[in-house]
Design a protein around this ligand. Sequence first.
Ligand code: PMM
Length: 272
Amino acid sequence: MGVLNVTPDSFSDGGRFTDLEAAVQHGISLFRAGADIVDVGGESTRPGAERVDAATEAARVVPVIEGLAAAGVPLSIDTSRAAVAEAALAAGAVVINDVSGGLADPAMATVAAAAGCPWVLMHWRGHSRDMQRLAVYQDVVAEVRDELRARADAAIAAGVDPGRIILDPGLGFAKNPEHNWALSAHLDVLIDLGFPVLFAASRKTYLGRLLAEPDGTPRPVPGREAATLATSLLAAASGAWGIRVHQVRETADALAVWRATGSPRLKKTQNS
Ligand code: PMM
């Protein structure tokens, strides 16, 4: 899954793709570089971000989706608003990617059930403005697993086909770096819930912290690509269904190497 953010303030591509033609061209290049799906988002979810209204969000994404759908690019809509998802599906998107797992907008389940499209339910505890305050866990892996299972159960109860549900640990969303690493190490626990799992670590802050300078300065976004590749490949080897990244070509190359070597799975350690 290639990331196409059409927000002026997205942390990782710095709002470079807000111009319609540039956004469509970038989406096409992600597709040509090997993305099976291009994920179009019009609301920044970086920690601390303020929300935009639904009309602004829809106005950002719908023309880009129309342009990319016309070019034959399979698209997901990265939104937690039902009205935006509905407009995006009408414009040609085929997957809903909801970072709130259906919690932000109760009408999302109705839209997903009616559309019958795949729905990514990401683990989420609250809006970006104050989500880091919610990064409190006794056992992050078990709690994320249980909260994701509850979201899947709620979706199914609302009429969503279980075969259309995809789960995502929500790296960086109400998680500190230790939480993200624990979830990366125990992705199998989420996979054991029986749904495909999407893994989205690309360029995230915790990778910058891992690679910080001796004085603690985090590695800036452009220097996080090798770490993104490493963690993406480990996720694939753990059984992730999909990998959401900004740099598609490099990820596709790494996955090609993994496939050529027989798609080896990581062995579970005795006490994991
Ligand atoms: N992270 C971001 C946005 N959308 N969607 C899913 N399913 N999972 C994620 O972890 C996720 C997401 C954060 O920002 P970015 O678009 O710049 O990567």
